[in-house]
Design a protein around this ligand. Structure first.
Ligand code: EPZ
Length: 440
């Protein structure tokens, strides 16, 4: 670990200032992958300088694209002549992120073959790729087991339209479906699809490229394949996960944090929970800027269950629960999306929080983790005075919570492994300074 990888912070003070968020970490890399579907230039705007966009730029170059580095949040990709990547390159990319999995459908379309690796990324659960494989096989790709996953080959004539019903509305598998169906021959339908705003953003960009996609109200997506997609200039939606992280920091420290570059509609469920917890927010008239603050001096405890969109998203969970260590009473959490997302409870306990983890489903839904002994529910009793200490970041969203907890805690803390936060937070240290954090 380098010194760069540790933050030494002093907590216990209300924070205030302005933070600008740019394009969503969970949208931009997928928009970049979609550029593989056309030989014409694709320009994406509102791109932030974070690890995931750097990695996908590098991946696209390895596949033969010409990508121009983001400047002023702009990224230009031209995928005129692309080719499969070498095995050592595949290993490099697939062990670092889940995004490379999404190149399978475009590569099957453009070069007739692809490899589906079991991907890396945050350690928040097993995160299999069976649903991606199911989608790709339905498009007619044949699969052969390899040491690292599956080698896929498109049938002669390319991908063909298919009807697929997902057993769970997976974000990634829905994206894989879209990236294949738009260029497959004939009609396709995905049932039980994910409908996250990041997916709708991908659909919007594909539509501008010439795709024919209809979103039905019952979690179904219908696509009529087209023979050719064209280039596009598209602005990515703002990062609703990052916006909520800074909002939780304002709530926890009793500060005033303004987040600019946001879209209210993507934050609807979070804002309701924020207000119920005793927070308040004021939007600018055009809705692109919002100031988060506390309305009540003592926060209220809540019952929170994470879910697919439009539910309370899993990535909002750890910063909000960390803030609720300061609420008066018992908060109950049921995590239903990723089975291993409560690892941060150890660090919170080390700082003095009272948080207990359960394998039972402590919510109104009996989720798929309850019968499998996963530690996926939590009870937090507050308010507790947190005391500064040293903690090690285990994954991206939990990482923010560690920083948040350290900023609520009295005294000094050291948070190590903070480079993980570069995956999703652009200029993280500068933003902390911008809201008044004292970095030592
Ligand atoms: C995306 O991951 C996001 N990542 C995650 O954000 C986010 O938590 C998640 O969607 C849910 O909103 C990116 O967009 C890069 P899923 P993804 O497929 O697509 C199971 C962050 O911090 N599943 O909807 O991988 C899976 O194990 C990251 O920004 C299968 O069983 O999520 C999980 O339990 C973390 N088989 C559930 O579905 C599959 O083939 C949801 O996963 C695929 C998924």
């Amino acid at each position: 670990m380098t010194d760069d990888d540790a933050l030494r912070l002093t907590g216990g003070m209300p924070l205030g200032g302005t933070v600008k968020v740019r394009g969503s970490k969970n949208a931009v890399p997928k928009l970049m992958v979609a550029a593989l579907l056309t030989g014409e230039p694709v320009v994406i705007h509102n791109v932030s300088q974070i690890f995931d966009t750097w990695l996908v730029s590098e991946l696209l170059d390895t596949l033969g694209c010409a990508t121009a580095q983001p400047a002023d949040g702009q990224l230009r990709i031209e995928a005129r002549d692309i080719h499969p990547a070498a095995t050592r390159d595949l290993e490099y990319f697939h062990t670092r992120s889940r995004i490379p999995v999404l190149t399978c459908a475009p590569l099957l379309h453009r070069v007739g073959e692809a490899e589906l690796w079991k991907p890396g990324g945050c350690s928040i659960g097993e995160r299999p790729v069976d649903l991606h494989l199911e989608v790709l096989r339905a498009f007619g790709a044949t699969s052969e087991r390899t040491e690292t996953g599956f080698k896929l080959t498109a049938r002669a004539g390319g991908l063909r339209g298919a009807v697929v019903e997902l057993k769970y509305p997976s974000v990634g598998a829905t994206e894989q479906f879209l990236l294949g169906a738009v260029v497959a021959t004939g009609d396709s339908e995905l049932r039980n699809a994910a409908m996250e705003p990041e997916i709708i953003d991908l659909i919007s960009m594909l539509q501008r490229m010439g795709a024919l996609i209809t979103v039905q109200p019952d979690r179904a997506i219908q696509v009529t394949g087209v023979s050719r997609l064209r280039g596009v200039s598209h602005t990515a939606i703002p990062d609703r996960l990052e916006a909520a992280s800074w909002a939780s920091l304002a709530l926890a420290t009793d500060g005033h944090i303004t987040v600019s570059g946001v879209r209210q509609a993507d934050l609807g469920t979070y804002l309701n929970v924020y207000r119920r917890a005793g927070g308040e927010f004021d939007f600018s008239s055009d809705g692109s800027e919002v100031t988060f603050r506390r309305e009540r001096s003592m926060l209220r405890p809540l019952v929170i269950e994470t879910d697919v969109h439009p539910g309370f998203m899993t990535d909002w969970q750890s910063p909000m629960i960390t803030a609720l260590t300061q609420a008066e009473g018992v908060t109950v959490l049921h995590e239903t999306v990723h089975e291993n997302r409560l690892g941060y409870s150890k660090a919170l306990s080390a700082l003095g929080a009272q948080m207990q983890i359960f394998t039972e489903c402590l919510g109104r839904t009996r989720c798929r983790f309850g019968s499998r002994n996963h530690r996926h529910s939590a009870v937090v009793v507050g308010p507790t005075k947190l005391q500064g200490t040293t903690v090690q970041v285990p994954d991206l969203r939990a990482g923010f919570s560690y920083v948040l907890a350290a900023l609520v805690a009295q005294g000094d803390s050291t948070v190590t492994g903070v480079s993980l936060l570069d995956r999703g937070y652009e200029n993280f240290r500068e933003k902390l300074l911008g809201v008044g954090v004292k970095l030592r």
